[in-house]
Design a protein around this ligand. Structure first.
Ligand SMILES: NC(=O)c1ccc[n+]([C@@H]2O[C@H](COP(=O)([O-])OP(=O)(O)OC[C@H]3O[C@@H](n4cnc5c(N)ncnc54)[C@H](O)[C@@H]3O)[C@@H](O)[C@H]2O)c1
Length: 312
């Protein structure tokens, strides 16, 4: 049994991670400032003696005794991270410094939830970890992209300078129950629109592609990376390689939900990447990880969650 800190633990991915760690018998400290997270995501864990909730902002230092740290704290969707860009970059950069400081003091192994946004609007496809990216440093997405890039730099500098035991995963689009219903992420957006019998809004012409990983697969990847051989630091891509156009995704969701929704097209936001798909050979070779859950199965689980949710 380990004592494990999950920052951003009341968010979408963080709450699923807390569930898994508790089920595996660990003691979990869930730290969150509830910027985008919700108590609803973790209410079921509150009575568990192995679970502790800490309301705290990672941009401030904290003193805890832990064996492992998963650093997930950060808004993930453009609507949220652009609503307070300065706080977004502080969360990535100052948050990383504080959590790395905690790892340094306690000797804890620390995993960073990085992102495919590291690659920006990529010039190579699919994206491999050795690709350095094509990122705009001054655009509206930069607070997130550059914040996450700087956090990766900090992780590797703490490793080189202080010998920290670091792990970095680059997460590609992930979906599933407990996604925020109104944060503009495409899967939740389409599902909520279709459940409300509204038209599904596609940005641009809908032929831009994305790959979608179901949350349970992603959490498997986190655990495998955290438990991977010492010395394997990453960064490692985690995501699903099956590519779908936005039009295909919208049509699938309309078909599954039924109703009268149609598709409407709106202007593509600034710096929106046209294609995004991970090369996951490294994850497969080093961790024996690849996604197992199909988009159809994941969509059904997610649609069921949103049908029951009172928030939409
Ligand atoms: N979901 C994805 O597809 C995806 C893709 C790439 C990267 N990621 C990364 O994974 C992590 C989790 O993403 P998610 O989808 O669960 O998003 P989320 O918004 O649901 O969760 C993020 C959590 O971090 C908390 N948080 C934000 N700022 C904080 C701060 N300063 N101090 C403490 N807590 C803070 C939020 O309240 C929330 O609970 C993020 O770091 C995100 O960048 C997610």
């Amino acid at each position: 049994m380990k004592k494990i800190l999950v920052t951003g633990g009341a968010g979408f991915l963080g709450s699923h991670l807390c569930d898994r760690l508790i089920n595996e018998g660990h003691e979990v400290l869930c730290l969150d400032n509830f910027f985008t997270g919700s108590k609803n995501n973790i209410t079921h864990l509150l009575g568990n003696p192995n679970f502790e909730l800490i309301r705290h902002d990672v941009t401030f230092p904290i003193y805890l005794e832990v064996d492992q740290i998963y650093n997930l704290a950060s808004p993930a969707s453009p609507i949220h991270y652009q609503s307070d860009p300065v706080q977004t970059i502080k969360t990535s950069v100052q948050g990383a410094i504080n959590m790395l400081g905690l790892a340094k003091r306690t000797g804890a192994r620390i995993l960073q939830a990085s992102t495919s946004e590291i690659y920006g609007d990529p010039e190579i496809h699919p994206q491999v970890e050795s690709y350095w990216g094509n990122v705009n440093s001054i655009g509206p997405r930069s607070c997130y992209d550059e914040g996450k890039r700087c956090a990766e730099t900090l992780f590797f500098d703490y490793e080189r300078q202080h010998g920290l035991d670091i792990k970095v995963v680059r997460i590609f689009n992930t979906f599933g129950p407990r996604m925020h219903p109104n944060d503009g992420r495409v899967v939740s957006n389409f599902i909520v629109q279709a459940l409300n019998d509204k038209d599904l809004t596609i940005y641009g012409n809908g032929i831009q592609t994305r790959s979608f990983c179901y949350v349970d697969d992603m959490i498997d990847g986190f655990l495998k990376m955290m438990e991977s051989e010492s010395g394997f630091k990453g960064p490692v891509n985690l995501g699903n390689c099956d590519e779908f156009t936005m039009l295909e995704l919208a049509n699938k969701i309309i078909k599954k939900i039924g109703g009268n929704s149609k598709i409407s097209f709106v202007t593509l936001p600034t710096d929106d990447p046209k294609r995004r798909k991970p090369d996951i050979s490294l994850a497969y070779n080093k961790l024996g990880w690849k996604p197992k859950i199909s988009l159809d199965y994941g969509l059904e689980k997610t649609i069921n969650y949103f049908r029951k949710s009172s928030k939409i």
